[in-house]
Design a protein around this ligand. Sequence first.
Ligand SMILES: [Zn+2]
Length: 90
Amino acid sequence: MVPTLLALSRAFNRRPEYVQALGGHKIEFVVGLPSGYMHAEHPSACHPIKEFFGHPSGKHFASARDFIEHCVSLMGIGGYGLHNCACKLC
Ligand SMILES: [Zn+2]
């Protein structure tokens, strides 16, 4: 599995409220990130930094754990949506 999708799957499945929103089923992201989003690496002074890009604010998520909240809002499951997204950037 693609490491990014594996990290997202783990971040999702670690949140009981998300698993419950899908009827108690853990999921595995298999295709890719939501349309308009990407996971990319860029250089820094010490080491490359991998972040999730695509948030309308122009800011980015530092980890799958941070991005999963926004991702679930995009998925629109269990009452989660962009209107009540609790991610760090919304
Ligand atoms: Zn958000």
